[in-house]
Design a protein around this ligand. Structure first.
Ligand code: FAD
Length: 318
């Protein structure tokens, strides 16, 4: 095996405190030999975890954006979390997940509900034509599918099948969504199809993913010296494309932490490098109560208790 390259001078700045940055930080430390104290996570909210959030209290209510499902082929996740101890340090997070799911196997008895009646282990109800279309999608290049939607590819009867009902309730698909996205999901989850009508094969964590995965990982990173800056909104990135790929060539402005901005661009020591990973699944998400309509809130990705929401609504005439 080639010797690992180690760059102990590398400075790493990770934009966003979601699982992507947390995982990247852990891989930089574990596999890249970069000291944790050289790594900074810049997060615009006040909390680490991004879309894997969960929290609240009995007065204001609780919020968790999704009960996320894992499955056995999340190889990178399990590899990473095999190095991360649970909060009580009794085992690794990966061990904890597999032990739980050995004990409690997912097997839904009410996979679909129709007309008030539960349907246990529904049949897919696909016609030969539907199956041929699925097969075609699996092999057709994305460039040919282009910007077509799922409804462009399938005849209307496909959307009446129990297969579609299970598919769209599992993966939040709509007929007008991209056919390419459906193709990618088919490729990614094809090994799950036999258990699709009972959800067997779906793995869960002991607690929600924030408490079972984000908190242990955050603790491990802190123990290794990784710094997290909150209320740090990174904007104004400039990119250039050279032989090495895309690099940041313009200073970064970090609201509330402008001192960090000086480290980017011109002020970097030639032996130092800055890495930026950018991406946010939930950046434009607004969360609202069951009793009030959705609206665009000034604060992104946040939970607003009803009382505060009402005063906000009054003040902004939402
Ligand atoms: C309802 C729901 C259900 C889901 N179900 C599943 C599931 O069953 N299985 C599964 O595997 N996955 C599921 N996911 C997806 C999974 O949660 C996400 O793919 C994953 O959490 C994304 O992580 P991320 O780090 O890429 O981005 P995010 O979690 O979105 O994190 C990005 C972070 O960057 C911050 N940020 C954004 N812009 C800036 C900026 N300019 N400056 C500084 N910080 C910034 C944001 O505040 C955020 O904290 C689900 C997601 C949702 C919302």
């Amino acid at each position: 095996m080639p010797a690992r390259r180690s760059d102990t001078n590398a400075k790493v700045y990770l934009v966003g405190g979601g699982i992507a940055s947390l995982a990247a930080a852990a891989f930089f430390i574990r596999d890249g030999n970069i000291p944790g104290h050289n790594i900074t996570i810049l997060e615009e909210s006040r909390k680490i975890g991004g879309s894997l959030d969960a929290g609240g209290n009995p007065v204001d209510g609780y919020i968790m954006r999704g009960g996320r499902m894992l499955e056995s082929k999340y190889l990178c996740t399990y590899d990473l979390f095999s190095s991360i101890p649970t909060l009580d340090r009794s085992k690794t997070v990966t061990q904890e997940i597999f032990e739980l799911n050995k004990l409690m196997k997912t097997s839904s008895k009410s996979r679909l509900v129709r007309g008030g009646q539960r349907i246990n282990a529904p049949r897919f109800g696909l016609s030969e034509r539907h199956i041929l279309t699925i097969e075609r999608l699996r092999v057709e290049p994305e460039s040919i599918l282009g910007r077509s939607s799922i409804s462009d590819q399938f005849e209307p009867s496909f959307f009446e099948t129990d297969f579609w009902a299970m598919w769209c309730t599992t993966f939040a698909f709509q007929p007008w969504h991209s056919a390419v996205e459906l193709k990618r999901y088919l490729a990614r989850f094809v090994h799950m199809v036999s258990g699709f009508n009972t959800l067997s094969g779906i793995l869960r964590t002991v607690y929600n993913q924030y408490d079972s995965m984000v908190r242990p990982l955050q603790k491990w990173l802190e123990e290794h010296g990784v710094k997290s800056e909150f209320n740090a909104s990174v904007t104004n990135l400039g990119f250039c494309h050279d032989a090495e790929g895309f690099t940041v060539d313009r200073s970064v402005f970090v609201a509330a932490f402008s001192a960090i901005a000086l480290l980017f661009g011109t002020n970097l020591n030639p032996s130092e490098r800055a890495w930026l990973i950018y991406g946010c699944l939930a950046v434009l998400v607004s969360i609202y109560s069951l009793y009030l309509r959705a609206c665009s809130l000034p604060s992104r990705s946040c939970f607003i208790p009803q009382k505060q929401y009402r005063s906000l609504k009054r003040s902004q005439s939402l």
